[in-house]
Design a protein around this ligand. Sequence first.
Ligand SMILES: Nc1ncnc2c1ncn2[C@@H]1O[C@H](COP(=O)(O)OP(=O)(O)O)[C@@H](O)[C@H]1O
Ligand SMILES: Cc1ncc(COP(=O)(O)O)c(C=O)c1O
Ligand SMILES: [Mg+2]
Length: 274
Amino acid sequence: MIKKTLTVAGSDASGGAGIQADLKTFQEYGTFGFTAVTCIVTMDPDNNWAHNVTNISPEIVRNQLKTIFSAGPVDAMKTGMLGTIEAINHTREFIDIHQQKNIVIDPVMACKGTDELLQPENVAELKKRLIPLATVVTPNLLEAGILSELGTLTSVDDMIAAAKKIKDLGPETVVVKGGKAFHSDQAVDVFFDGKDVTVLKSKKIPTHNNHGAGCTFAAAVTAGLAKGMTPQTAVETAKQFVTAAIKNGVDIYPYVGHIWHGAYNEAEKRMTKN
Ligand SMILES: Nc1ncnc2c1ncn2[C@@H]1O[C@H](COP(=O)(O)OP(=O)(O)O)[C@@H](O)[C@H]1O
Ligand SMILES: Cc1ncc(COP(=O)(O)O)c(C=O)c1O
Ligand SMILES: [Mg+2]
């Protein structure tokens, strides 16, 4: 049976992050993607690509969730940018009613290229209402510093300390993504399951084509869980998926560089042919 995946997230009009990244990734994993849109992010080409977030009314977010969950729980779900505190609470409400399992919380707080928090008022609610239910929570370096209250993280030891503090909020596992922000020639992510720490490393690809890498990574973890992978295997596979997507990024846009979600499967196909 085809597995059902859900993203509760924002729409990225530039096409590379948010629900656009999630759906492309769900499809590449061979799962059937559903979406509840929480906000729409637009970028202004006349004003230095400034981001603007328009929230969808909480009632419409709730109606989308009602539509999706009318067929019962999905095989796995993720959240990204959530828009409003009410949307966070509606998401929690449906998780509780349907005893939803396999939940990935990507605590999106900022877009690439800026440390400006887009929806700071949501952080406390996210911490209290959604992160404790996560099978995997996937903060980037900035978000991990905020969630752990450890501030700026500059070393792998800092990332491990942050992962451990975030684990205390209640999720089953934590991945702190060093990714693009961590100063190293390696893309370092730290996985913690409450017992063991695994440091995932790959060569950092020298590119600006990394818009949506975090959403794609979290969506890949979600689809992996839907297909029955353990959290650790889902995270390790997602790392390979996103690395291939970044390596094969596409220069189709002047402002942000897009990653190519088809890359991992194309490479696999080539390997099977050879
Ligand atoms: N330049 C890069 N080369 C290789 N991997 C990268 C690069 N940038 C990000 N990644 C990887 O992509 C994933 C998403 O990380 P990151 O870009 O930091 O997240 P976010 O988009 O949420 O800020 C992580 O697994 C990270 O290690
Ligand atoms: C709707 C939406 N969600 C999430 C993000 C964050 O993207 P990422 O962290 O994957 O680069 C963005 C960035 O533009 C966005 O527009
Ligand atoms: Mg992100």
